[in-house]
Design a protein around this ligand. Structure first.
Ligand code: SF4
Ligand code: SF4
Length: 389
């Protein structure tokens, strides 16, 4: 790496009070998240440095609570991840841009003219209801804005459950006719690659990792990205292990130490939350490792059962959230991966969950605690369709 390449980024970082050591440490955590060895750290640092000059990004909003933006904003300043996103030239964001009105829209339009060069980050559900008259900005409807921005993007990162499959916005009876970005673009024949980052909200470190991997380390250009995504276009390096696999309360689960009611001694002792509805065993994300809010904590560590927001269709399937349920949702969010991969993923996941459930029952550890929720008819149909029953 040329010395002058380093100077540009380290000057910028120094001005924000971030040392070279902190920056390289952060690049190391991104390498770990991507499943790369630490020898890739200089490569990641170089890629981020180049991006300062090359890679504009635009952040658009669909129907959402803006929680993903909030998650990003809670990083604080000067936080290293914020700096990295600054460096990645976030040229326009509906809620974060300093520019307003025509100036802000002109900044976005200037990016859209750079076909194939920019990344589109999309937060929130696509709202097809109300005859398309939702999410108006500068006279444009939300649907027009997405259809206008998506075709020229090098890739789209759908951040948060709502952007991935409609999230809580599409909860039954779904009056907004909400759906996810990938499914909507497939309907419209727009084939820009979509990378899905569910959870509610998404984790900002995932956004940085995906940008580094897909755009800067070139896995989109080389096609390597196809091997890195699961059937739901989620990066496997984030979404291949369950919460339960990495949960610090797992020892209590194995020993049969459960919380059966909140406000009890068992809760104070930090026992396993399975019997009060924890969906950790069937939720595939690396939340216990990556953590939230400057890595301070995450749901189970702060005492709340995982409600499964990293799964798809989690609102309709998972509610009421403090009940237990044993079903694996296999929703349709669009499917750009080969059907053979889809079959294998669905089969393995369902089999794993079934074995888990049988084991729990056989050892008598499912008694007590919150009731099981009855399987909903639409979930039964969905599971059959996905071959997962
Ligand atoms: S059931 Fe939940 S709280 Fe218990 S070990 Fe698994 S993930 Fe952790
Ligand atoms: S731990 Fe569970 S509920 Fe919490 S963010 Fe992760 S997937 Fe969502």
């Amino acid at each position: 790496m040329a010395h002058e390449d380093h100077d540009a980024i380290y000057d910028l970082l120094a001005a924000r009070g971030v040392s070279r050591r902190d920056f390289l440490k952060y690049c190391g955590s991104i390498a770990a998240l991507l499943g790369l060895s630490q020898s890739f750290v200089p490569e990641i640092a170089r890629a981020v440095n180049q991006a300062a000059r090359l890679q504009p990004a635009v952040w658009l909003h669909g129907g959402a609570c803006t929680g993903c933006t909030e998650s990003m904003a809670q990083l604080g300043t000067p936080d290293i991840a914020t700096v990295v996103l600054d460096i990645l030239s976030l040229e326009f964001a509906d809620t974060l841009s300093m520019a307003q009105g025509e100036d802000a829209l002109a900044a976005a339009e200037a990016v859209f003219e750079r076909e194939g060069e920019y990344i589109l980050i999309y937060e929130g559900a696509v709202m097809k209801g109300f005859e398309g008259n939702a999410l108006r900005v500068g006279g444009m409807t939300g649907l027009y804005e997405l259809e206008h921005a998506a075709p020229g993007a090098a890739a789209i990162v759908a951040v948060g459950s709502c952007a991935v499959d409609g999230g809580f916005v599409m909860a039954n009876p779904n009056p907004a006719d909400a759906t996810g970005v990938q499914a909507y673009l497939e309907e419209k024949g727009i084939d820009t690659p979509v990378i899905n980052l569910p959870t509610c909200p998404m984790n900002p470190d995932w956004v940085v990792a995906v940008i580094v991997d897909v755009l800067l380390l070139g896995s989109l250009e080389t096609g390597a990205i196809l091997d890195k995504l699961d059937r739901f276009n989620r990066p496997k390096y984030i979404f291949s292990q369950t919460i339960h696999d990495n949960c610090p309360r797992r020892g209590h689960f194995e020993n049969g130490n459960f919380v059966t009611e909140f406000g009890t001694e068992e809760e104070a002792k930090g026992y396993c939350l399975y019997k009060v509805g924890c969906k950790g065993p069937q939720t595939y994300t690396n939340c216990p490792i990556v953590r939230w809010n400057r890595k301070v904590s995450w749901c189970v560590e702060s005492g709340a059962p995982c409600i499964g927001c990293g799964s798809l269709d989690w609102v309709d399937v998972g509610a009421p959230f403090l009940n237990r349920h044993r079903d694996l949702p296999l929703p349709n969010i669009g499917n750009t991966q080969p059907s053979t991969i889809a079959g294998v993923v669905a089969g393995v996941a369902a089999a794993g969950l079934a074995v888990h459930g049988i084991g729990m029952k056989a050892t008598g550890r499912t008694s007590g605690g919150a009731p099981y929720e009855e399987m909903k008819e639409r979930d039964r149909k969905r599971m059959k369709k996905g071959g997962g029953e």
